[in-house]
Ligand binder design. Sequence first.
Ligand SMILES: [Zn+2]
Length: 643
Amino acid sequence: MSCDRTFYVTTPIYYVNDVPHIGHAYTTIAADTLALHHRMAGEKVLFCTGTDEHGQKIQSTAQAKGMTAQELADRTVENFRRLWEVLHITHDDFIRTTEPRHEKVVQTIFTRLMEKGDIYKGTYEGLYCVPCETYVPESQMGEGKTCPDCKRPLQPMTEESYFFRISRYQEPLLRYYEENPDAIQPRSRYNEVVSFIRSGLNDQSVSRTTLKWGIPVPGDERHVVYVWFDALINYLTVAGYPDDEERLRTFWPAVRHLVGKDIIRFHCVVWPAMLLALGLNPPRQVFAHGWWTVEGEKMSKSKGNVVDPFEMVDLYGVDAFRYFLLREVAFGNDGDFSELALVQRVNSDLANDLGNLLNRTLQMVERFQGGQVLPGGAADPLDEELLDAAEVTRKAYSDAMERMAFDEALKALWALIGRGNKYIDATMPWKLGKEGQTERLASVLSVLCTVLRQAALLVSPVMPATARTMWRQLGLAGTPEDAGFAAAEKPFPAGVTVAKGEVLFPRIDVESWKEAKAARERDRNLDPDPGEHEEEIAIDDFRKVELRVGRIVAAEAVPKADKLFKIDVDLGYERRTIVSGIREYYKAEELVGKTIIVVCNLKPVKLRGVESRGMLLAAESCRDDSLALLTLDGAMALGSRIH
Ligand SMILES: [Zn+2]
């Protein structure tokens, strides 16, 4: 289907206000699988992901957390980078919209479009929430025109703004989509977008004067570029626009954007219009994938059912997680995430079908041929049938991958794996071995290894680590990624020695899994609230706190204060009195004799008429209201410093 030899695939750039969840993982795994597939098909691939770091939401969140927007972005971006590492994502570039390379491109584009008259200055009118410092579009307003966040009434407001003359591109866009009916997938989204464009396009505000956290409009620095206009341009920055013409020529026409269905208008209306204004092609394809519910319910923080991709990888392994997401639902549809369904797929598809085929084959190669794959004799009709099926599978798989129909590609491959297992039952190699039919046996095992090698190649974009393990166990040199799909067409090299290792996917015992899951859920419900975290301090700040070992020598209640004890502490070099609010938790006689830790250089204070010189250290539970004094294990001289 695709005859171009380059392939540029992008994920949306993720907003740094977010904790990475299954949705981010899904899009990025899909993009990674496409990138790996096209690389293995011998194409030149550019695969990019990144983060969207400007805008009002980031500015407000950062303010609420007492940090700068840049600090917030720097911190959150690490969560995404770490997740991509854990999920074995092989992006070629990771772009952050706060990078100078990107800011420069945004400003260049803004200037070019102004010069063309496609961006002009006008007045923006809207309903504005003053405390939240944000315009609220009609679709998001609460009852009686109130702010959806703080519920306060909205004020009409006008401000000077730059506008993108998108109205000029209504007709060219419609023409483009008429000529390129595959440019938006799935088809239902195409129809939606085209009818939206037909209903008429209003010029879009592309700057703001109400916030500071953004890229300054060139020549008019009271304005920052609106975050969406800035973010979409990332795809061009990565492709080398405007200076690296060679790179742009190589990758630009070949771009595919994977997006969630909520951001399709920006990608299929605003973005292609911006590109047409710049004299560039709209993206070859925008593919809108669906959303995940969890065990039949909408995922939400308040329900506590947000699927944490880090946890899924910990529990089931990265490849099982990748396989499940791509196999379970067609890419354009919504899907339901259920751990039980994942466990069942591990047991049936991965352990039973794929794992068994590999394991049985290698076992017989070791048992009957000393681990060597030997050249076979003349092919039997059964052999030919299986090898023909393998060839048909390659084609079906590749067609499906081109259409981003991951589920179909995997179904086709698993049909072949099923045939492989049936082929073993029909040819009965163990019987051939016992009967000494060595030549026929060699043929059968060689056919099986050929099919397994192909399975390793085709499974590689979805489960790269599993494919490499299969490759190694089959005794093949290099990696499936380096060998590429072309390797499937060559005969299996005779004479290699297989190396049966661990089973690929151990079966999960469903009963004990259920118990473990119930225990996990119990723990999660008990999950402590750690409370507010303090700002970072330097080691020198910590050193200022003088901590020493002391022993409680006396404790008595402070009159008229039912929470306070007056405690006498021996520090070795001196004795002091400390007033401490721990009477709810300890009796006086329990305290006497305890070796504790004292903050010695705290400014003295008078509490209920008693001067307190110092402080005891105690841990306060984040689950319930219990409290425990910090005591020392082991004997230490009183007055010893604690570091
Ligand atoms: Zn508000």
